[in-house]
Design a protein around this ligand. Structure first.
Ligand code: F3S
Length: 390
């Protein structure tokens, strides 16, 4: 692999042991993927932040790196953490361990306001920018909607890339690999987050390669349109390892090539298997995270009437860490929901339900319109997911 003189120095240990080790990982993975060179990145995004996922071993690794002087070279954000970091469990050692992970990342230079799976809301990458992002839902959004370029990194390779400011020039970084090779024709209107999610779960299951998706979206606003697209893509990434989908009319021109062969048509009936019909009085919103404006849109009266009819009594909402302060409008909304609909709303900045052990919190079922949560809640959080129409 060709390395610049500064990259050679990094690899040879001239910038210290941590950089040397990180560079070795990046070069080794790059060689395995056939990369002929490295490419500088503008933004890294790290996953694997939940104590329930990485345990004591992961915590010790991060603390060791940060104590040995590891410092990131480029803007870096991180994924949300478990509800242990929000002091929701009785066991105080869980809170302490979760926050040690967060502190180690911040010490290495991770943006303390991030801890979100929607890093593009905090720093929106431009077309053609090279990134090293972990978090599959963010990767597929960056490639498919923003026209940026990133592979689906692991938490570790994203951290190593952040430390050296570079990643391997392979796969999604090269235009010839951003190739849509089968066409998916959607035969119904995408008119809700739930329908977008179920469609995404289905496409992820059937697509053999990057799909070119031809669909009609019926959204009342730009915000709702973006929520639908985001949930469809997050769902595709949950049931497949695809890092990208080409969305007709959405994916920026010249950021992909087309070599279509097969055509797959999808009708509503095909989504039935993904529709998990059961009842829960608790609902999850924010997988991927939502902003407060999006939350206000989702909690409009006509949606609330529907939720009330479906027996919802409590809503937990996961939002980016930087949304710790709520505006007056949201406070008023929460109060009105309590008084008018008897629905309690709990906003959890920086949290992720899926990477939390929800059985410990006495949840048995959770209703959600988000495909990624529907796919993972049972196995990762230990609760039964139910679909709900939003
Ligand atoms: Fe985000 Fe957690 Fe869902 S990281 S996409 S809220 S599984």
């Amino acid at each position: 692999m060709y390395l610049s003189s500064i990259e050679e120095k990094m690899l040879n240990g001239e910038y210290g042991e941590v950089i040397e080790k990180a560079m070795k990982v990046i070069v080794k993975v790059g060689e395995t993927l056939g990369a002929e060179k490295l490419v500088e990145i503008s933004h890294a995004h790290i996953s694997g932040v939940s104590y329930f996922n990485i345990g004591d071993e992961g915590l010790e690794l991060l603390e060791d790196l940060s104590n040995r002087g590891a410092r990131i070279l480029v803007y870096t954000s991180a994924n949300p953490y478990s509800f242990a970091g929000l002091a929701l469990y009785k066991d105080s050692s869980l809170l302490e361990k979760q926050m040690r992970i967060v502190k180690s990342l911040i010490k290495m230079g991770v943006d303390p306001n991030s801890f979100t799976c929607t890093p593009y809301k905090l720093r929106k990458p431009g077309i053609g920018e090279h990134l090293a992002w972990a978090e599959s839902s963010a990767v597929i959004y960056a490639n498919s909607v923003l026209g940026a370029r990133t592979n689906r990194e692991s938490g570790l390779t994203a951290l190593m890339a952040a430390l050296v400011g570079r990643t391997y020039y392979a796969d999604m970084h090269k235009i010839e690999n951003r190739k849509a090779c089968e066409e998916v024709v959607v035969l119904f209107d995408i008119n809700s987050i739930l329908i977008a999610s179920l469609l995404g779960l289905y496409i992820g299951k059937v697509a053999q390669c990057i799909p070119y998706i031809r669909a009609r979206y019926r959204a009342e606003s730009e915000l709702m349109f973006d929520l639908m697209v985001r949930n469809m893509l997050a769902s595709i990434s949950a049931t497949s390892d695809l890092p990208m989908a080409v969305l007709e009319g959405v994916t920026p021109q010249h950021t992909y090539v087309i070599e279509r062969s097969e055509i797959i048509s999808v009708n509503l009936k095909e989504l039935e298997d993904m529709d998990l019909k059961c009842y829960s009085d608790t609902m999850l919103i924010g997988c991927p995270h939502v902003t407060l404006d999006e939350l206000k849109l989702l909690l409009m009266d006509r949606h609330l009437d529907l939720l009330k009819k479906q027996g919802i009594q409590r809503i937990i909402v996961t939002v980016p860490k930087y949304i710790e302060k709520r505006d007056n409008e949201v406070n008023a909304l929460i109060q009105r929901m309590r008084e008018k609909y008897s629905i309690e709303v709990q906003i959890l900045p920086g949290g992720c339900a899926v990477v939390s052990n929800l059985r410990f919190l006495n949840f048995m079922t959770i209703a959600t319109p988000h495909g990624k949560a529907l796919h993972y809640l049972q196995n990762l959080a230990g609760v039964k997911p139910c679909t709900i129409h939003v």
